[in-house]
Design a protein around this ligand. Sequence first.
Ligand code: ZN
Length: 181
Amino acid sequence: MRDSILDHPVPIFFEEVEQFTARKNYSPAVHCAPENLSHLVGKYHFPKAKWIPCGLNGCTRQHGRGFVFATKDGKEGHCGRDCGQNHLGFAFDKVLAVYQAAEKAHSEQKRLLEWKADIEHAKAEHARISGLAEIGVRRVRHLLKNYIEKTPEISREFWIAARNNGRIQAESPRESRRLFG
Ligand SMILES: [Zn+2]
């Protein structure tokens, strides 16, 4: 097991062939000995219809899952997972475990960021609604005050009610007229 390939534990999970064949240092056929391997760029896993010929050391067999690797002289190529293990000397399971841990950490981090964004949004909404509610209450108070002041009957009843500590004096307009009329 080479330790150096784990010095770059930022794997890319390629979902389409073009995602790595379009990379600028990629070459479809690369010769690489274990001592010339720099690091792994990422991994791929394609359905049978999208299997591709192996690009390592003239293998050319169709493989569905494997790795994209970088050589010390700056080239990138791809290889099936067994070919990687046999030709480049890394332990597939160990590398995969590192990849899975990195993927898990990445998705956890993404989830935390989403939560954080949700919380920030909720806070902003709360502040906005509180502000609106406050404006609403002030406006209603103001309207009510104007209405009471400008309507003598209401003003009078309001005063009576206020004087009686806000106790209800009448249960109906009719009763109210009898009381205050
Ligand atoms: Zn192969």
